[in-house]
Design a protein around this ligand. Structure first.
Ligand code: DOR
Length: 455
């Protein structure tokens, strides 16, 4: 399923900026990036070699931006156990449509992914059905803490994920002694959902029956997040184990991470939801729960600091935290409606809109969505477009200003808090392993995702 293609005449986005260049991919790997490669000996050789295998594809990218395919390091594709919300086929297709050529999927499925057997089951399910490349997290628990150091090296395992606060599903490690056991077993960076469960319990106690979803960020308040993040910073320092704090939601946590200045020991992920949605407005109206996620979307003052952290390099990655629920589930009254937003398909258009609006640069998208996940998780081959990298490309038309409704929305969730947003710049073609895999709103050929490799 590997292909050869010359992407001609586009503007290639790298960590250094944007340049008019061609990209040659041969047998699924980037072979050359440079000015007008039509007469390059490598292109001629690829033509000849590919002739027997059906020819070298040529894609005219004039007027388009050519991004390396994105890696989304936080998605929930719900399989097994909750496939009425999403499954590996639909979630990975939504990813591909959004220029996301690799995803790392979270362990809060049914059953939880907390053993070699449940991990192996996900790989079996993904083979031949996932439309983009895949890796899966192992959930850290009280019972498996001592075994994680061995299991984290399973090929295709994205690493260990720990829920410090209750969210969707039953995975939970609320206490420091177990957290410390997990951190002292193994080497790879451990990822955390950072909300303090003791405080969450207190905050949910005695809520009035008619509480509105706009109270969500006040119930799961900044203190819930700060307490857990402070504990994590202490634990990282005490154990020397690298940690990654997922979906940071508050200015206070960003300041705390900066003040502690623990360098590469502590890395931070942001989500588009905390960068583009704003309380209280996002919770108003008929579908307020569509914007409900954990940790919650907060107000403008937090959003501004998170945007700065995205632009100035404080944050290492952006993950969508794609966490779909069905329309019926979301329609339940707060606080019984589940938390989570479908977002894997809208990350890139949202970030392109941030570039249009002037608070992010194209090269920041490559840093946060390609090089960042690569560095944080030790991914092989999924870097910026350079010889030897995997031939994954997201081709974007920056002149298209559309709403989400104008594009096929592949998540089974069927709802998004970005429904009315006019977003600037949309992926038009996604190339996976050197083959056009998504075009004109549809999958091209059979799903061709492969396991992601970690070094
Ligand atoms: O809002 C959320 N939804 N936050 C999480 O941490 C989990 C996720 C889900 O799986 O639904």
């Amino acid at each position: 399923m590997k292909g050869s293609i010359l992407i001609h005449g586009g503007r290639v986005v790298s960590l250094d900026g944007v340049a008019h260049e061609d990209v040659l991919i041969v047998d699924g790997l980037v072979s050359e990036v440079g000015k007008d490669l039509s007469d390059s000996p490598r292109v001629k050789a690829a033509h000849t070699a590919a002739h027997e295998a059906g020819g070298l594809e040529r894609l005219d990218a004039a007027g388009k931006l050519v991004f390396p395919g994105l890696t989304d390091p936080q998605v929930h594709f719900r399989e097994p156990g909750m496939t009425h919300k999403e499954d590996l086929a639909s979630g990975s297709l939504a990813a591909l449509a959004g220029g996301v050529t690799g995803f790392m999927e979270m362990p809060n499925t049914k059953p939880n992914t907390d053993s070699p057997a449940t991990l192996a089951d996900k790989f079996e399910r993904a083979a031949g059905r996932a439309a983009s490349d895949y890796a899966f997290f192992l959930g850290g628990t009280h019972d498996n803490a001592e075994q994680l150091g061995e299991w984290e090296h399973t090929p295709g395992c994205a690493g260990i994920k720990v829920f410090m606060g209750s969210s969707t599903g039953s995975l939970l490690v609320p206490d420091n002694p177990t957290l410390e056991r997990i951190l002292r077993t193994g080497k790879r960076r451990v990822t955390f959902h950072s909300e303090d469960d003791d405080r969450l319990k207190v905050r949910y106690e005695g809520l009035p029956a008619d509480v509105h979803v706009r109270e969500h960020p006040h119930i799961r308040d900044v203190e819930c997040a700060m307490r857990a993040t402070t504990r994590l910073l202490d634990l990282a320092e005490a154990t020397g184990r690298p940690i990654h704090i997922l979906h940071v939601s508050s200015a206070d946590e960003i300041r705390a991470v900066k003040e502690r200045d623990l360098g590469d020991l502590v890395t931070v992920e942001l989500t588009p939801n905390h960068l583009f949605l704003e309380a209280p407005g996002c919770y108003e109206g008929e579908h307020g729960s569509w914007a409900q996620m954990n940790p919650p979307v907060r107000d403008r003052a937090h959003q501004e600091v998170l945007r700065e952290a995205a632009a100035d390099g404080t944050a290492a990655c952006i993950g969508s935290d794609h966490a779909p629920h069905s329309l019926e589930e979301k329609a339940k009254p707060f606080p019984y409606c589940p938390s989570g937003i479908a977002g894997v398909q809208t990350t890139l258009p949202l970030l392109l809109t941030a570039v249009r609006d002037g608070w992010l640069r194209y090269e920041d998208i490559v840093r946060l969505c390609v090089a960042g996940p690569q560095r944080v998780y030790g991914v092989n081959g999924r870097g910026p477009l350079a010889p030897g990298a995997l031939g994954h490309v997201a081709i974007v038309d920056p002149s298209v200003e559309d709403t989400v409704a104008d594009h096929p929305f592949h998540s089974q969730a069927g709802h998004t808090p970005y429904a009315g947003f006019k977003l600037a710049g949309w992926p038009v073609v996604t190339v996976l392993h050197g083959r056009i895999a998504y075009q004109d709103g549809a999958l091209v050929g059979a799903p061709a995702g492969q396991p992601i490799h970690f070094g």
